[in-house]
Design a binder for this molecule. Sequence first.
Ligand code: ADP
Ligand code: MG
Length: 340
Amino acid sequence: PAAAGRRAIRELPDELVSQIAAGEVVERPASVVRELVDNALDAGAGQITVRLLAGGVRSILVEDDGCGIPPEELPLALRRHATSKIRDLHELESVATMGFRGEALAAIASVSDLSIASRCEGAAHGHRLDARTGELSPSARARGTSIEVRELFFSTPARRKFLKSDATELAHCVESVRRHALVRPDVGFAIWHEGRLAAQWKRASPQQRIADVLGEDFIEGSRPLAAEAGPLRLVGRVGLPDLARARGDQQYVYVNGRYVRDRQVAHGARSAYDDVLHGNRQPAYVLMIEIDPLRVDVNVHPTKIEVRFRDGREVHQAVRRAVIAALAVSRAPVLPEAET
Ligand code: ADP
Ligand code: MG
Protein backbone atom coordinates (compact mmCIF):
# COMPACT_ATOMS: atom_id res chain seq x y z
CA PRO A 1 0.00 0.00 0.00
CA ALA A 2 2.99 2.28 0.48
CA ALA A 3 3.45 3.04 -3.22
CA ALA A 4 -0.23 3.72 -3.82
CA GLY A 5 -0.38 6.06 -0.85
CA ARG A 6 2.41 8.37 -1.88
CA ARG A 7 1.66 12.05 -1.35
CA ALA A 8 3.38 14.88 -3.13
CA ILE A 9 6.19 16.76 -1.41
CA ARG A 10 5.07 20.14 -0.20
CA GLU A 11 6.60 23.02 1.68
CA LEU A 12 5.08 23.40 5.12
CA PRO A 13 3.27 26.63 5.94
CA ASP A 14 5.36 29.12 7.97
CA GLU A 15 3.16 28.81 11.03
CA LEU A 16 3.62 25.03 11.16
CA VAL A 17 7.38 25.34 10.69
CA SER A 18 7.47 27.65 13.71
CA GLN A 19 5.32 25.28 15.73
CA ILE A 20 7.71 22.45 14.93
CA ALA A 21 10.66 24.63 15.97
CA ALA A 22 8.75 25.51 19.15
CA GLY A 23 8.65 21.81 19.94
CA GLU A 24 12.43 21.86 20.26
CA VAL A 25 12.87 25.15 22.07
CA VAL A 26 9.75 25.57 24.21
CA GLU A 27 9.13 22.71 26.55
CA ARG A 28 7.48 24.63 29.39
CA PRO A 29 7.10 28.17 30.78
CA ALA A 30 10.69 28.10 32.07
CA SER A 31 11.96 27.71 28.49
CA VAL A 32 10.10 30.88 27.53
CA VAL A 33 11.55 32.69 30.54
CA ARG A 34 15.03 31.57 29.54
CA GLU A 35 14.66 32.85 25.97
CA LEU A 36 13.14 36.18 27.01
CA VAL A 37 15.78 36.80 29.67
CA ASP A 38 18.50 35.91 27.15
CA ASN A 39 17.05 38.56 24.85
CA ALA A 40 16.90 41.15 27.63
CA LEU A 41 20.55 40.50 28.48
CA ASP A 42 21.54 40.76 24.83
CA ALA A 43 19.73 44.13 24.77
CA GLY A 44 22.03 45.39 27.53
CA ALA A 45 19.42 45.44 30.31
CA GLY A 46 20.46 46.51 33.81
CA GLN A 47 17.24 45.36 35.43
CA ILE A 48 15.02 42.45 34.38
CA THR A 49 11.63 41.76 35.92
CA VAL A 50 9.66 38.57 35.32
CA ARG A 51 5.96 38.48 36.19
CA LEU A 52 4.13 35.16 36.13
CA LEU A 53 0.56 33.99 36.48
CA ALA A 54 -0.28 30.35 37.22
CA GLY A 55 3.35 29.21 37.11
CA GLY A 56 3.78 31.01 33.80
CA VAL A 57 1.16 28.94 31.99
CA ARG A 58 -1.40 31.73 31.97
CA SER A 59 1.02 34.59 31.53
CA ILE A 60 4.73 35.38 31.40
CA LEU A 61 5.78 39.01 31.24
CA VAL A 62 9.47 39.90 30.97
CA GLU A 63 10.33 43.58 31.27
CA ASP A 64 13.75 45.09 30.63
CA ASP A 65 15.41 48.48 30.40
CA GLY A 66 17.58 47.54 27.43
CA CYS A 67 18.04 49.18 24.04
CA GLY A 68 14.51 48.53 22.79
CA ILE A 69 13.30 47.71 19.27
CA PRO A 70 12.28 50.44 16.81
CA PRO A 71 8.63 50.15 15.67
CA GLU A 72 9.51 49.37 12.07
CA GLU A 73 11.49 46.32 13.25
CA LEU A 74 8.87 44.94 15.63
CA PRO A 75 7.27 42.66 12.99
CA LEU A 76 10.75 41.41 12.03
CA ALA A 77 11.48 40.44 15.63
CA LEU A 78 8.71 37.86 15.29
CA ARG A 79 9.86 36.52 11.95
CA ARG A 80 11.67 33.21 11.78
CA HIS A 81 15.42 33.44 11.20
CA ALA A 82 15.40 37.20 11.66
CA THR A 83 18.03 38.49 14.08
CA SER A 84 20.05 41.62 14.84
CA LYS A 85 22.86 39.54 16.35
CA ILE A 86 24.74 37.96 13.46
CA ARG A 87 25.03 38.75 9.78
CA ASP A 88 27.25 36.07 8.33
CA LEU A 89 29.07 32.83 9.02
CA HIS A 90 32.10 34.66 10.37
CA GLU A 91 29.98 36.39 13.02
CA LEU A 92 28.29 33.10 13.88
CA GLU A 93 31.66 31.53 14.60
CA SER A 94 32.66 34.25 17.04
CA VAL A 95 29.19 34.98 18.46
CA ALA A 96 29.21 36.55 21.91
CA THR A 97 25.47 37.11 22.40
CA MET A 98 23.10 34.61 24.00
CA GLY A 99 20.89 34.55 20.92
CA PHE A 100 21.75 34.28 17.24
CA ARG A 101 19.23 31.87 15.70
CA GLY A 102 16.44 34.42 15.32
CA GLU A 103 13.99 31.70 16.17
CA ALA A 104 12.77 32.08 19.74
CA LEU A 105 10.16 34.80 19.40
CA ALA A 106 8.68 33.26 16.24
CA ALA A 107 8.52 29.86 17.90
CA ILE A 108 6.98 31.17 21.12
CA ALA A 109 4.47 33.30 19.20
CA SER A 110 3.33 30.21 17.28
CA VAL A 111 2.27 28.43 20.48
CA SER A 112 0.95 31.34 22.56
CA ASP A 113 -0.64 34.72 22.47
CA LEU A 114 2.36 37.06 22.34
CA SER A 115 2.78 40.81 22.35
CA ILE A 116 5.82 43.10 22.42
CA ALA A 117 5.94 46.64 23.72
CA SER A 118 9.17 48.52 23.23
CA ARG A 119 10.74 51.94 23.20
CA CYS A 120 14.19 53.02 22.03
CA GLU A 121 16.30 55.82 23.45
CA GLY A 122 15.17 59.16 22.02
CA ALA A 123 11.81 57.90 20.71
CA ALA A 124 8.80 60.10 21.47
CA HIS A 125 6.87 57.08 22.78
CA GLY A 126 6.83 53.31 22.59
CA HIS A 127 4.97 50.87 20.37
CA ARG A 128 3.13 47.67 21.02
CA LEU A 129 2.73 44.85 18.52
CA ASP A 130 0.14 42.12 18.94
CA ALA A 131 1.51 39.02 17.24
CA ARG A 132 -1.87 37.43 16.56
CA THR A 133 -3.59 40.39 14.96
CA GLY A 134 -0.47 42.16 13.69
CA GLU A 135 -1.86 45.37 15.14
CA LEU A 136 0.75 48.05 15.98
CA SER A 137 -0.32 50.70 18.48
CA PRO A 138 1.36 53.46 20.51
CA SER A 139 2.36 52.55 24.05
CA ALA A 140 3.40 54.76 26.93
CA ARG A 141 6.49 53.29 28.53
CA ALA A 142 10.10 53.96 29.46
CA ARG A 143 13.06 52.80 27.36
CA GLY A 144 13.24 49.05 27.03
CA THR A 145 11.12 46.09 26.06
CA SER A 146 8.31 44.07 27.61
CA ILE A 147 7.28 40.80 26.07
CA GLU A 148 4.10 39.17 27.23
CA VAL A 149 3.32 35.52 26.52
CA ARG A 150 -0.21 34.44 27.39
CA GLU A 151 -1.84 31.01 27.33
CA LEU A 152 1.21 28.99 26.41
CA PHE A 153 0.28 25.93 24.31
CA PHE A 154 -3.36 27.04 24.03
CA SER A 155 -3.32 25.83 20.42
CA THR A 156 -1.54 22.57 21.23
CA PRO A 157 -3.52 20.93 24.05
CA ALA A 158 -1.47 17.73 23.81
CA ARG A 159 1.58 19.73 24.79
CA ARG A 160 -0.23 21.62 27.48
CA LYS A 161 -1.15 18.34 29.16
CA PHE A 162 2.51 17.65 29.87
CA LEU A 163 2.77 20.68 32.12
CA LYS A 164 2.98 20.06 35.85
CA SER A 165 1.39 21.95 38.72
CA ASP A 166 1.73 25.74 38.88
CA ALA A 167 4.11 25.37 41.82
CA THR A 168 6.38 23.06 39.83
CA GLU A 169 6.35 25.26 36.74
CA LEU A 170 7.09 28.29 38.94
CA ALA A 171 10.05 26.48 40.49
CA HIS A 172 11.44 25.77 37.02
CA CYS A 173 10.99 29.43 36.05
CA VAL A 174 12.83 30.58 39.17
CA GLU A 175 15.62 28.09 38.48
CA SER A 176 15.93 29.44 34.96
CA VAL A 177 16.39 33.00 36.25
CA ARG A 178 18.76 31.75 38.96
CA ARG A 179 21.04 30.36 36.22
CA HIS A 180 21.17 33.77 34.59
CA ALA A 181 21.55 35.60 37.88
CA LEU A 182 24.62 33.63 38.98
CA VAL A 183 26.61 34.66 35.95
CA ARG A 184 25.30 38.24 35.61
CA PRO A 185 25.77 39.94 38.99
CA ASP A 186 25.86 43.28 37.15
CA VAL A 187 22.15 42.91 36.36
CA GLY A 188 19.26 43.10 38.83
CA PHE A 189 16.58 40.40 38.63
CA ALA A 190 13.12 40.11 40.17
CA ILE A 191 10.47 37.41 39.74
CA TRP A 192 6.87 37.97 40.74
CA HIS A 193 4.24 35.27 40.91
CA GLU A 194 0.57 36.17 41.17
CA GLY A 195 1.57 39.66 42.34
CA ARG A 196 3.93 38.39 45.04
CA LEU A 197 7.70 38.65 44.96
CA ALA A 198 9.04 35.11 44.45
CA ALA A 199 12.75 35.94 44.21
CA GLN A 200 14.91 39.00 43.85
CA TRP A 201 18.60 39.52 43.25
CA LYS A 202 19.89 43.04 43.36
CA ARG A 203 23.05 44.09 41.55
CA ALA A 204 26.07 42.88 43.51
CA SER A 205 29.69 41.82 43.26
CA PRO A 206 30.22 38.38 41.68
CA GLN A 207 30.98 36.88 45.09
CA GLN A 208 27.98 38.49 46.76
CA ARG A 209 25.70 37.37 43.94
CA ILE A 210 26.71 33.74 44.45
CA ALA A 211 25.93 34.16 48.14
CA ASP A 212 22.58 35.78 47.36
CA VAL A 213 21.58 33.07 44.89
CA LEU A 214 22.94 29.92 46.52
CA GLY A 215 22.95 31.02 50.14
CA GLU A 216 25.54 31.60 52.84
CA ASP A 217 25.74 27.86 53.46
CA PHE A 218 27.08 27.37 49.98
CA ILE A 219 29.69 30.10 50.48
CA GLU A 220 30.79 28.63 53.81
CA GLY A 221 30.98 25.14 52.38
CA SER A 222 32.85 26.06 49.23
CA ARG A 223 36.18 27.50 48.14
CA PRO A 224 37.03 29.97 45.39
CA LEU A 225 38.44 28.68 42.16
CA ALA A 226 40.51 30.74 39.76
CA ALA A 227 42.79 29.29 37.14
CA GLU A 228 44.25 29.92 33.76
CA ALA A 229 45.19 27.12 31.39
CA GLY A 230 46.28 28.01 27.90
CA PRO A 231 43.29 29.53 26.13
CA LEU A 232 41.00 28.90 29.11
CA ARG A 233 40.16 31.00 32.10
CA LEU A 234 38.17 29.46 34.92
CA VAL A 235 36.56 31.17 37.89
CA GLY A 236 33.93 30.09 40.35
CA ARG A 237 33.46 28.25 43.62
CA VAL A 238 33.72 24.56 44.34
CA GLY A 239 31.83 22.90 47.16
CA LEU A 240 33.74 20.95 49.78
CA PRO A 241 32.76 17.28 50.05
CA ASP A 242 30.29 18.06 52.85
CA LEU A 243 28.15 20.02 50.39
CA ALA A 244 27.78 17.06 48.05
CA ARG A 245 24.33 15.63 47.52
CA ALA A 246 22.73 12.63 45.94
CA ARG A 247 21.48 14.80 43.09
CA GLY A 248 23.77 17.02 41.09
CA ASP A 249 21.31 19.88 41.30
CA GLN A 250 23.89 22.41 42.43
CA GLN A 251 26.20 22.21 39.46
CA TYR A 252 26.28 25.40 37.50
CA VAL A 253 28.58 25.40 34.49
CA TYR A 254 28.94 28.36 32.15
CA VAL A 255 30.85 28.77 28.95
CA ASN A 256 31.36 32.39 27.97
CA GLY A 257 28.43 33.41 30.14
CA ARG A 258 26.09 30.76 28.82
CA TYR A 259 24.68 28.09 31.16
CA VAL A 260 25.50 24.70 29.67
CA ARG A 261 25.50 21.01 30.44
CA ASP A 262 28.66 19.32 29.31
CA ARG A 263 29.71 15.79 30.07
CA GLN A 264 33.40 16.48 29.75
CA VAL A 265 33.28 19.42 32.14
CA ALA A 266 31.10 17.49 34.60
CA HIS A 267 33.40 14.48 34.40
CA GLY A 268 36.50 16.63 34.82
CA ALA A 269 35.03 18.25 37.91
CA ARG A 270 33.75 14.99 39.41
CA SER A 271 37.09 13.28 38.88
CA ALA A 272 38.75 15.96 41.01
CA TYR A 273 36.68 14.65 43.94
CA ASP A 274 37.55 10.98 43.39
CA ASP A 275 39.61 10.76 46.58
CA VAL A 276 37.18 12.61 48.79
CA LEU A 277 33.69 11.78 47.52
CA HIS A 278 32.54 8.21 47.41
CA GLY A 279 29.62 6.51 45.78
CA ASN A 280 27.25 8.49 43.64
CA ARG A 281 27.32 11.68 45.64
CA GLN A 282 27.51 14.73 43.44
CA PRO A 283 29.63 17.77 44.23
CA ALA A 284 28.21 21.28 44.20
CA TYR A 285 29.97 23.97 42.18
CA VAL A 286 29.75 27.09 40.10
CA LEU A 287 32.20 26.95 37.24
CA MET A 288 32.55 29.76 34.76
CA ILE A 289 34.74 29.02 31.78
CA GLU A 290 35.94 31.72 29.45
CA ILE A 291 37.35 30.54 26.17
CA ASP A 292 38.05 32.03 22.75
CA PRO A 293 34.69 31.72 20.95
CA LEU A 294 36.49 30.24 17.97
CA ARG A 295 37.38 27.23 20.13
CA VAL A 296 33.81 26.36 21.02
CA ASP A 297 30.78 25.74 18.83
CA VAL A 298 27.57 26.95 20.46
CA ASN A 299 25.42 26.02 17.49
CA VAL A 300 24.90 22.34 18.24
CA HIS A 301 21.58 22.34 20.07
CA PRO A 302 18.41 24.41 19.51
CA THR A 303 18.32 25.50 23.14
CA LYS A 304 22.12 25.98 23.18
CA ILE A 305 22.31 23.98 26.41
CA GLU A 306 25.09 21.94 24.84
CA VAL A 307 28.28 23.18 23.25
CA ARG A 308 31.10 21.45 21.44
CA PHE A 309 34.68 22.28 22.36
CA ARG A 310 37.30 22.10 19.67
CA ASP A 311 39.55 20.40 22.22
CA GLY A 312 37.39 18.70 24.82
CA ARG A 313 40.32 16.92 26.45
CA GLU A 314 42.03 20.21 27.12
CA VAL A 315 38.88 21.52 28.83
CA HIS A 316 38.49 18.31 30.85
CA GLN A 317 42.10 18.57 32.07
CA ALA A 318 41.84 22.27 32.89
CA VAL A 319 38.64 21.78 34.89
CA ARG A 320 40.03 18.80 36.76
CA ARG A 321 43.26 20.60 37.69
CA ALA A 322 41.50 23.81 38.69
CA VAL A 323 39.05 21.98 40.96
CA ILE A 324 41.81 19.90 42.54
CA ALA A 325 43.81 23.06 43.21
CA ALA A 326 40.83 24.84 44.75
CA LEU A 327 40.05 21.86 47.00
CA ALA A 328 43.71 21.38 47.98
CA VAL A 329 43.95 24.93 49.29
CA SER A 330 41.08 24.24 51.60
CA ARG A 331 42.73 21.18 53.06
CA ALA A 332 46.09 22.86 53.70
CA PRO A 333 46.62 23.94 57.30
CA VAL A 334 45.94 27.60 57.92
CA LEU A 335 49.29 29.31 58.18
CA PRO A 336 49.90 32.57 59.96
CA GLU A 337 50.04 35.41 57.47
CA ALA A 338 53.55 35.95 56.13
CA GLU A 339 55.17 39.21 57.10
CA THR A 340 56.29 41.36 54.23
P1 ADP B 1 17.68 35.97 18.57
O1 ADP B 1 17.75 36.29 20.01
O2 ADP B 1 18.31 34.64 18.26
O3 ADP B 1 18.17 37.06 17.67
P2 ADP B 1 14.80 36.10 18.96
O4 ADP B 1 13.68 35.50 18.21
O5 ADP B 1 14.94 35.74 20.40
O6 ADP B 1 16.13 35.75 18.16
O7 ADP B 1 14.70 37.68 18.85
C1 ADP B 1 14.65 38.28 17.56
C2 ADP B 1 15.20 39.70 17.59
O8 ADP B 1 14.31 40.55 18.32
C3 ADP B 1 16.54 39.86 18.27
O9 ADP B 1 17.62 39.61 17.38
C4 ADP B 1 16.51 41.29 18.75
O10 ADP B 1 16.94 42.17 17.74
C5 ADP B 1 15.04 41.55 19.00
N1 ADP B 1 14.71 41.44 20.44
C6 ADP B 1 14.09 40.40 21.05
N2 ADP B 1 13.91 40.65 22.37
C7 ADP B 1 14.45 41.86 22.61
C8 ADP B 1 14.61 42.70 23.78
N3 ADP B 1 14.16 42.29 24.98
N4 ADP B 1 15.20 43.91 23.62
C9 ADP B 1 15.65 44.32 22.41
N5 ADP B 1 15.54 43.59 21.29
C10 ADP B 1 14.96 42.38 21.37
MG1 MG C 1 16.72 35.26 21.51
